[in-house]
Design a protein around this ligand. Structure first.
Ligand SMILES: Nc1nc2c(ncn2[C@@H]2O[C@H](COP(=O)(O)OP(=O)(O)OP(=O)(O)O)[C@@H](O)[C@H]2O)c(=O)[nH]1
Ligand SMILES: [Mg+2]
Length: 254
């Protein structure tokens, strides 16, 4: 079964896009354990499932409701992720994008609300963004039904999209710690190298859901290093590296 997940910050137009992409008979229920609406439907005329996830700013959730996205990514393996952003707020939106890209699944980055961006006289060089982020980038005005065909096209081609390979250069001490823990999680706990790396970075970043998972699954390569990661302020350093990367990427794409 092919499943495609819509992920993005709150209010970026995920549901508007979902409604344009899917048949009108979308299934609506709730996510397990929370009162957040779960919307699921088929890409029109296909058996590709599209899932509309709640909006979040980060994969490190502040509330149980926000944890839906992190848990979804932990327990499912979508064939592709459509990352919906507000094109006028890319600096903030790309923080989540990086977290998603680091997981390594094929991603299409959607600069939605492109009408607002253009109205203020801006434009991005999509090729430059694609190069820096290592994923496909496309623009939409979901409310005005523009660019939907391009998203549809890319969704149909999901099998030929390469998995994403974004490896930000974190400070050397973090890189080394990622290699160490990541290798152990891969060798001794059966995680793929990419997911092992992602888990390690999320753990270092103090993601509460991931810290719980590490405890439950006794992921000792991470648990044993907690004091070191926290004392060295790895979470702050990871955040700063991401922000610098985003600023550079956006400057180069203007
Ligand atoms: N100008 C403009 N507005 C848009 C566009 N897409 C969606 N909107 C509007 O943005 C608002 C939010 O859209 P939603 O589709 O509900 O956003 P969402 O990402 O599903 O929001 P959450 O589920 O709350 O995170 C609505 O008022 C939409 O009409 C767009 O491309 N351009
Ligand atoms: Mg929505």
């Amino acid at each position: 079964m092919t499943t495609v997940a819509l992920i993005g910050n709150p209010n970026t137009g995920k549901t508007t896009l979902f409604n344009s992409l899917t048949d009108k008979y979308a299934y609506v229920g709730n996510w397990t354990g929370v009162t957040v609406e779960k919307k699921q439907g088929n890409l029109k005329g296909t058996d590709i499932t599209i899932i509309d996830l709640p909006g979040v700013y980060s994969l490190d959730p502040l509330t149980k409701d926000e944890a839906v996205v992190t848990n979804y990514l932990l327990h499912n393996h979508p064939s592709m992720i459509l990352n919906v952003t507000n094109a006028s707020q890319l600096k903030r939106n790309l923080l989540l994008t990086i977290e998603v890209l680091e997981l390594g699944y094929p991603v299409v980055l959607i600069l939605n609300m492109i009408d607002d961006l253009r109205r203020s006289g801006y434009e991005y060089d999509l090729k430059s963004l694609e190069q820096a982020l290592g994923c496909k980038v496309t623009t939409t005005n979901a409310r005005g039904h523009q660019g939907i065909d391009r998203v549809r096209e890319k969704t149909l081609q999901h099998k030929s999209l390469p998995p994403t390979r974004l490896s930000l250069q974190y400070p050397p001490m973090i890189q080394q710690a990622i290699r160490q823990a990541g290798t152990a999680l891969n060798k001794d706990f059966g995680y793929s190298p990419q997911v092992a790396r992602w888990l390690t970075i999320q753990y270092m970043g103090n993601n509460k859901v991931i810290r719980e998972v590490a405890k439950k699954e006794k992921l000792t390569p991470l648990l044993n290093q907690t004091k070191y990661y926290d004392a060295q302020k790895f979470a702050d350093k990871i955040f700063n590296t991401r922000l610098q990367f985003i600023e550079k990427t956006l400057n180069n794409a203007r």
